[in-house]
Write a protein that binds this ligand. Sequence first.
Ligand code: ATP
Length: 348
Amino acid sequence: MKSEMIRLLRESSEYLSGQELCDRFQVSRTAVWKVINQLKEEGYVIEAKQNRGYRLLESPDTMEAYELMSRMGTEWAGRKVFYKKETGSTNIDCKQLAVQGEPHGTLAVAERQVSGRGRRGRGWESPAGESIYMSLLCRPDFSPKKAPMLTLVMGISVAEAVERYTGLAAKIKWPNDIVVNGRKICGILTEMEMGLETKEIQYLVIGVGINVNNGFTGMQETGDWKQARRAAFPEELQGKATSLFLEMEKRETKILRAPLVQYVMEAFEKNYGLFLRSLDLSLLRESYNGYLVNRNAVVKVLDPQGEYTGIAREIDDAGDLLVETEDGTLKKVYSGEVSVRGIYGYAL
Ligand code: ATP
């Protein structure tokens, strides 16, 4: 009822009378009043006017399930949300939800991760309350070989959502990082569980971390963007990581996270549909290539079997990166083991 109440209030341009809310939810006036009061305590600014009713003026920056579900207009992506204030990693939570039988499209979110992870066991810096940490459960019936492509499908979806929400130019550093102005704002980690005997996908979990308000507190305290940037991330991420707040450079404006989650879910549902039509990236390839941060630029390929440089050209239908080496041949780079770097730094 809580999330439906928020949705109704948000979608209505007029005041909603107590009676309308009672009729809608088949509950008493007192019950409606209690929920309204609860919402106010949680930071929703709701105006109550005698003889007219209630009007939602402002929503708090929260990742609570009722707030996210109140925004979701998708068919399946993010329709069911499980929230934790603190967790080890949302990918682990999402796997548990899968084992419990939760449906395709279930989303696990948290305000803070104590052991957020990237690829190959690397860490994901996950401070409390500033960013988005979420993992989406997928139950596809295609071959496990196709699974890595979903990282790219999510990559385009995050890039589209960030552009739609902030107007910033988002780019993709193949295969799984989203960057803004050359720095990383998002990492994606896809994990798969396969049936021991069937060798089919049991479920897939796509973890997404997006840096949203990192630097906000530092900025309010110092009033200096450079200092805020320094305070936003630990030493080893200086120069590599950034947040939407730091790139927007609007000092007073804390960015609401929930609408961005909604936009990512909407974009992913659409792009997943396109992926299913061909079971490869042929319908998404042009869009992905348009987002490539180092398209036609020199890159360093950090292949465990030997580092080399070349010019990043594009991805193919399977999502592999085609890099032109010095002798003019096109080399396919598979995403599993490899990182790509710019020639001067992380992205370019
Ligand atoms: P790379 O980022 O080195 O190209 P990768 O794409 O494999 O490699 P991921 O697995 O996506 O990296 O993410 C892990 C890495 O991201 C960490 O090693 C760290 O350098 C960086 N990182 C960790 N936390 C954050 C964060 N909050 N924002 C941006 N970057 C981060």
